[in-house]
Design a protein around this ligand. Structure first.
Ligand code: KG4
Ligand code: ZN
Length: 359
């Protein structure tokens, strides 16, 4: 008879307190048949951090403390589990152990350890980037063929990785300075259009694209950093500086905010696509996956799909459902499901926060 396992995911690495319950359907030999998200609760602190233009670690930690139990209760309730029966319903736990803000990570990890001890259930420490990657496996784990190339673009990371199998993911290129999401956030600050910067820039860029306007006189042109280099690394801090100089040299920039946002977004998107195609050709992968908060960007999603179809004909492209692009706990639970099936270490006493954890 087929079995199922229910896994509770917890994510508190930055400014989102999240809990989710994910169910893995197992076949006769223990193989994973499907991944179903029973509940996915995210309590965002964006409105609180907005006034500072970025995440304030101490404030984030205090918010996590207040939110973690209500978020957990809601995840159990939405999944249809009674709180007092949680011990019987949940088979295992997965929690983000890094990378991230240490004060934020600790809240999720200590909660997971306590539950693991109280319920006597295994707990898996998940790398946050691995979690973003596993967002792609929700509802389609059987389709992805290895080796796969993954572009992870978030507020803290921008990297290309080669995935040869579950638990076998190697970084082959990364940013030397700012992450793509960080670049979006800083550019939005320069343009005075709010936080978080990614959605703000994307909205302005869309406005410009839909207006049918052309670049204003003195045509705005920003660099595509490292696009001609043979390496698979990225660099985005120069792009942000180029935007700053362009604004300083244009007395009327406030009249052209949407044009600057459009060009900035295009510079980031062009660079990400170019490097991804180069890496895919070099490593002859059959699948390309996109992940991380910046993968919510519509232009990136659409143009990446088109370029891969045009340039690498026999390669499939996957991206997560929009709701699993930015931080959430369903992706952490999905990664935990594979850790469980691979029988990774699961003793709560061994669980440690590592804010600079690498893939
Ligand atoms: O993965 P994520 O939620 O958190 C980290 O792990 O960092 O990513 C957050 C980042 C932020 O920098 C935000 O500006 C960016 O993702 N982001 C976007 C969009 N939505 C979120 N960037 C570009 N376009 C978007 N639509
Ligand atoms: Zn993230």
């Amino acid at each position: 008879m087929n079995k199922t396992i229910n896994i509770l995911g917890i994510e508190t690495s930055c400014d989102e307190t999240a809990a989710a319950i994910v169910r893995g359907g197992l076949g006769k030999s223990g193989e994973l048949l499907n991944i179903e998200v029973l509940s996915d609760i995210v309590s965002s602190q964006i409105d609180i951090h907005k006034k500072w233009g970025g995440v304030v670690p101490e404030v984030a930690a205090r918010e996590h403390v207040g939110q973690i139990l209500p978020v957990l209760d809601e995840a159990l309730l939405k999944a249809g589990f009674k709180k007092e029966k949680a011990k019987e319903e949940i088979d295992t736990i997965a929690v983000t152990v890094g990378p991230g803000l240490i004060t934020s990570l600790l809240i999720g990890v200590e909660t997971a350890k306590s539950l693991s001890f109280a319920w006597q259930k295994p707990v898996y420490g998940i790398n946050h980037i691995e979690g973003h990657i596993y967002a792609n496996f929700i509802a389609r784990q059987d389709k992805i063929v290895f080796p796969a190339l993954i572009l992870t673009v978030s507020g803290g990371h921008t990297l290309l990785a080669l995935m040869k199998g579950h638990g076998n993911i190697k970084t082959i290129g990364e940013t030397r300075d700012d992450a793509a999401g960080e670049a979006f956030d800083k550019a939005a600050q320069l343009l005075g259009i709010g936080y978080p910067g990614g959605p703000a820039i994307a909205a302005q860029a869309e406005l410009f694209g839909n207006s049918g306007q052309k670049n204003p006189p003195g045509a705005i042109k920003l660099p595509r950093p490292m696009i001609n280099s043979q390496e698979l690394d990225f660099s985005f801090s120069g792009l942000k500086t180029a935007l700053r100089y362009a604004l300083e040299n244009d007395k009327h920039w406030k009249k052209h905010i949407s044009a600057y946002a459009h060009e900035f977004q295009q510079a980031v998107v062009d660079t990400l696509i170019h490097k991804t195609i180069k890496a895919a050709q070099k490593h002859q992968v059959k699948n390309i996956l996109l992940s991380g908060g910046v993968s919510a960007n519509r232009t990136l999603r659409e143009e990446m799909k088109k370029e891969i179809n045009d340039k690498i004909s026999d390669c499939n492209f996957y991206m997560p459902d929009l709701k699993y692009t930015t931080d959430n706990a369903a992706m952490i639970a999905a990664a935990g499901l594979f850790a469980h099936l691979k029988e990774r270490s699961s003793n709560w006493k061994k669980l440690r926060v590592n804010c600079t954890l690498e893939l």
